[in-house]
Design a protein around this ligand. Sequence first.
Ligand SMILES: NC(=O)C1=CN([C@@H]2O[C@H](COP(=O)(O)OP(=O)(O)OC[C@H]3O[C@@H](n4cnc5c(N)ncnc54)[C@H](O)[C@@H]3O)[C@@H](O)[C@H]2O)C=CC1
Ligand SMILES: O=C(CO)COP(=O)(O)O
Length: 340
Amino acid sequence: MPNKHKVAVVGGGSFGTAIANIIADNGHQITLWMRSEERVNEVNKQHTNATYLPDISLNSNLKATTELDVAVRDCDIVFVAVPSKSCRDVSKQLKPLLSAGCMVVSTTKGIESDSNKLMSEVLAEELGDVRIGVMSGPNLAKELAARQITGTVIASADESLTETIQDLLQCSYFRVYAGHDIHGVELAGALKNVYAIVAGLAAALGCGANTISMLVTRSLAEMSRYAVHKGADPMTFLGLAGVGDLFVTCTSPLSRNYRVGFQLGQGKALDDVVAELGQVAEGVNTLKLLKQESEQLNIYMPLVSGLYDIIYNARSVDEVIGSMMWADQNRDVEFSVKSS
Ligand SMILES: NC(=O)C1=CN([C@@H]2O[C@H](COP(=O)(O)OP(=O)(O)OC[C@H]3O[C@@H](n4cnc5c(N)ncnc54)[C@H](O)[C@@H]3O)[C@@H](O)[C@H]2O)C=CC1
Ligand SMILES: O=C(CO)COP(=O)(O)O
């Protein structure tokens, strides 16, 4: 019989609720921290969180609270599932409440504005000496909450953390793979959101399967090129956190980033699309950060700069595509494991 844990999930939106529900399905003691009293009552009494996960019945052992100290008291594991813009603020609130030896796992797929830091870096800065992991992969919250078969990656320098999280989450519909390239896994999760916007836009324009395949594959080349500059292992991008997540978000209308791109392709304005979504689409912020950094570091990222020009510089899609197609001929695969 695996160990039973006392776990908190901080952030009761789509993904926090989906993860908390798996932990409840696996029989652990789990508390979900949410800010809205109304939603806390809904989770506790009706076992739903219909705003974020319509038509999903949650496990009745999943308890929610608005009180962060109650949620994390005596927990040995805490998941942080808030958007990147709130991660630092939430970490500051968590700091005095965590038990000694607590493991903290980020599920956030974004980069902090201004500092350009990844969530593991924000957590380490704010929480000091805690055990940190990151989880990322092709994990659409709605499918996971509907208990559809799904795989993910838990990455940490702390092997006993990765093993504990594998045991905690593994069940008949969720398989958890271990990794050690924390920054690679985080970057993969954050970067693919930008390319999901590109893919959604292309789908709205009626692009064919050849075009979408080319876009997704060149996206992978571009995101791994950037990540390698930032110290990540390019091989990470061949795993679930890389190809897996890129594939799902570039093809599924359940991805909010894909939907943002699709609606942009239908001619809607970005501000209207984001306001209507009512949930986080991290790619919008990540696009700006990548555009800035790729220029500063001189990293070739034509898809990032093309999307940025379409959204923020009112350049036409035809013109952007034209300049990409006539750019200098390039190599297909940039990285090799074969020693020369
Ligand atoms: N929805 C999905 O399929 C997946 C999402 N993610 C990532 O998880 C992160 C969260 O995404 P979702 O849950 O989907 O977003 P969401 O928009 O569905 O929910 C975000 C939740 O965070 C809460 N929140 C925001 N700021 C907060 C603060 N300062 N304090 C406390 N709570 C706060 C909101 O009230 C809301 O409940 C994002 O980085 C996303 O990329 C990761 C895997 C899958
Ligand atoms: O990361 C996700 C699935 O793995 C969810 O993507 P969106 O944030 O675009 O909905």
